[in-house]
Design a protein around this ligand. Sequence first.
Ligand code: HEC
Length: 479
Amino acid sequence: MSNWVNDRMQLQSSLGPIMSHRVPLRSRWFYVFGSATLTCFLMQILTGIMLSLVYVPSADQAYQSLEYLNYVQPLGWYVRALHDFFANAMVLMLICHLVQVVIFAAYKYPRELTWIFGVILFLCVAAMAFTGQILRWDQDAYWGLGIGASMLGRIPLIGPYAVHLMLGGPIIGGETLSRFFTLHVFILPLTIAGVIAIHVMLVLKNGISDPPKAGRLVNPATEREEYEERISGEDGTTFFPTPVARDAIFSGGLVIVVALLAAMLGPNGPNGMPDPTIIDTSPKPDIWFMSIFSALALLPPGVETFLILTSPILLIAALFAVPFFSNSGERHISRRPVAAILLVFIFMVYGVLTWLGYKAPWSPKMEAWSSDETPITFLQGRPPIALIGAVAFQYKQCRNCHQLGGIGGERGPELDTVATIKTSGELMRQAIQGGGNMPTYGHNLSSTELTAIVKFLTTLHPDTESPAMIPDKSLNPKN
Ligand code: HEC
């Protein structure tokens, strides 16, 4: 039977060289993360196809179709959990793979292109993680989109157009979801599959970089020959059977652990309908993006826009530039102190920012200051509509970023006397449109809430000082 197939497919000639190509003998368990990432990707395709059988990528049904998967479809919850856990495992394995490559300086000659395509894969996987979280179409998704849009919107000149392109319109709506669905299900996976093919081909052509030895330098003129010599001798072995088995054991173990975790911990969300009337939620980004949130919260306003626009570009450019900066010389980490320090530094910053994300002054945990009372001086003698506004101000989480009487988040300005500097028209525009780092509330406030909040805000001035005047009648709230 196997001969029959082999005769027709000529497997021997295509698989043979792969199985018999030589790989380094030592430090073997360090080499399993690449194939483990690939395993996760295959699991994502499998579970993703299953999910797509039920998931409805339309704004008014996406959320319900996830609930259907969670509660009605037999084992639907488990497929969702698997997809979520393998997504996280994939990012984790990819990071391990990346760290191993950096520690081994495996990007040096002749593997510069392998690294470049690896970086492209890294960016695509990050994009998968982001677009996937949007498909959940819950409060978290809304929040993530809002922040993404507000970052894009800062780009000079083309900002508004970029936001329009990302959201498929001026606001987060059905078009937005279609866009992210297409990216997540067609464009990104196909790109990833294609780039993986190139990446793996390059790995086969150039061989796996062997463990570095202090003092043994990479010289592009002689490296290939020396490498061949090393791994064709005692320092190398054929890919089949032992290294293949090691990859299989690690990937198999990973699949079992992830499948068990998924079964024990269940699916992620959907966390609250993106519905303005449901306020009992605390939107937060998935863990990999938490650091971006804290960076947004902690950067001083003066340099914020500058850093938000430049740092992603610089970071990505730096990643691509690594092998061109240093493609020869020492590979052993003990002789590359700058690389070692950078690696530790980057992970520390990322880790600390992620941790702070859960406890920043403006925290993505939106209920943070909801239970603090509004000081009585801001309520006394106000008309009922302003009091309703005060309540809405509280439960719409405005306090999460704005202090009243010194209590509340510090993301936005204190609003104690805001009526002296803003007219009611301006206050209304601010509440609807946000801007300058304040989320757009337009869709999350009913017209009553909006009117009431603006009424409340217009009362926020000292008794001795009159509120700002309304220069333009058309800006005057109708009520
Ligand atoms: C995520 C944090 C955040 C939340 C939540 C938030 N704001 Fe803001 N808000 C800001 C920031 C930041 C600014 C400053 C914007 C700027 O500099 O242009 C601001 C500005 C304002 C201003 C103008 C203040 C001034 O001194 O000019 C008003 C009024 C305001 N917000 C009202 C609200 C209301 C009402 C809500 C709730 C519906 C709210 N904000 C929720 C962050 C927030």
